[in-house]
Design a protein around this ligand. Structure first.
Ligand code: C2E
Ligand code: MG
Ligand code: MG
Ligand code: MG
Length: 285
């Protein structure tokens, strides 16, 4: 596999994914321990409606707050967690934490925001995914329409299982988004098979929108296709005003990226909510 190096500038240097069996085993054991010690933490990146400037939701992005190595980005441990199956308990923790946090923000009186959670194929093919999500929804009492699951087309999943699981998730009222849209090989096939609520245009297309006319055309086409299919569309990795203007001119009004905000700890999201809405939270408890 190849790991992603998205946003790696933000992090302290960490060794690349180890190749030797022993190092991998060590990392596997460390991840297991980190789960027990509660060393994982969620950052949240705001999703912005550019028409209103409002935060319409956040994407939960996991980090490992390592006691000596500092904040470790997901690209360094998610692949190992996927290989070893540790992604299942880790993914459950992410879902539960993201839903609880979203509920807390709602209870504090902020306007409704969705929370998007990334899902690995390993979680997806697990039969208890639907059950565990049901449980988390009951536990946290969040409105299912405010939970969005991000799946990627690179997922090596059994199509029949996927159709069944996605169908059951849709019955729960959850939103489904195809992440990194355009980078996989079966994108359009997915659209045909599954009822998808949203496409997220991969940041690799957004990056060179202003200099590469192919990328600009691809992005414009994805946006038009989403509109024609009645699917929402969001762009990730928006870093400049020019990129934003182009996306808006093509009719894409939901964006995520450093131009607005990087992923932030929950407390900073709350400060942002307070600032941008210039309102005081009214507790409804
Ligand atoms: P992703 O879901 O496509 O997330 C977007 C990545 O782009 C994030 O990197 C985010 O920090 C980064 N990003 C956001 N805005 C910008 C921008 O304007 N410019 C650039 N260059 N990058 C931007 P991050 O947090 O390192 O996550 C990397 C990947 O790790 C995610 O890609 C996702 O596939 C995976 N991941 C993160 N959290 C989880 C999780 O809880 N579960 C699973 N299964 N995967 C996760
Ligand atoms: Mg994502
Ligand atoms: Mg993405
Ligand atoms: Mg991406």
């Amino acid at each position: 596999y190849r790991m992603k190096d998205d946003g790696k500038n933000n992090y302290t240097i960490f060794k690349p994914i180890p190749n030797s069996g022993i190092e991998r085993l060590t990392l596997e054991n460390s991840i297991r321990k980190a789960l027990q010690l509660n060393e994982f933490v969620l950052y949240y990146q705001p999703k912005i409606d550019t028409l209103t400037g409002q935060i319409i939701g956040t994407e939960a992005l996991v980090r490992w707050n390592h006691p000596t190595l500092g904040l470790i980005p997901p690209g360094k441990f998610i692949p190992i967690a996927e290989e070893t199956g540790l992604i299942v308990p880790l993914g459950e923790w992410v879902l539960r934490t993201a839903c609880s946090q979203n509920k807390i923000w709602k209870e504090k009186g902020y306007p409704p925001m969705s929370v998007s959670v990334n899902l690995s194929s390993r979680q997806f093919s697990k039969h208890n995914l639907v059950e565990s999500i049901k449980e988390i929804l009951l536990e946290t009492r969040i409105d299912p329409q405010y939970l969005e699951l991000e799946i990627t087309e690179s997922m090596t999943m059994n199509v029949e299982v996927a159709i069944e699981v996605l169908g059951r998730l849709k019955e729960l009222g959850i939103q489904i988004c195809i992440d990194d849209f355009g980078t996989g090989y079966s994108n359009l096939y997915y659209l045909k098979l599954f009822s998808i609520d949203r496409l997220k245009i991969d940041q690799s297309f957004v990056r060179d929108i202003m200099t590469d006319s192919n990328d600009a055309n691809i992005v414009a086409t994805i946006i038009a296709m989403a509109h024609n299919l009645g699917i929402d569309v969001i762009a990730e990795g928006v870093e400049t005003k020019e990129q934003l203007d182009f996306l808006r001119s093509q009719g894409c009004h939901e964006v995520q990226g450093f131009y607005y905000h990087p992923p932030l700890p929950a407390e900073q999201i709350e400060q942002l909510l307070l600032k941008t809405l210039s309102m005081k939270p009214t507790s409804q408890r």
